[in-house]
Design a protein around this ligand. Sequence first.
Ligand SMILES: [Cu+2]
Length: 106
Amino acid sequence: MKITHIALAALFLLPTAHAAETADQGMAMQPATQSASATGTVKKLMPEKGRVIIAHGPVEALGWPAMTMGFKATAEQIESLEVGSPVSFDFTSRGMNASITRISRQ
Ligand SMILES: [Cu+2]
């Protein structure tokens, strides 16, 4: 999802938080794992890849603007979702590598 984030950041001329984070991943330094919560709308389910695409609102804890991105999710989490569902969820993020730890429909 790196390309998507760079493209979105450029497209909307948003603050550089995401771009800076993405750039960090290209260097030897590994970003720390952080936990955060967000709300959003399910855009796409990708059970074969263990991912769900969510249009999420701003995540202040991480300095993320609203955007559409992929999150790692378990088969059970993906099965509980439907495209178009509004959701609230918790996730851990290492740079732009985000994994859902809890998700529920709103
Ligand atoms: Cu994002």
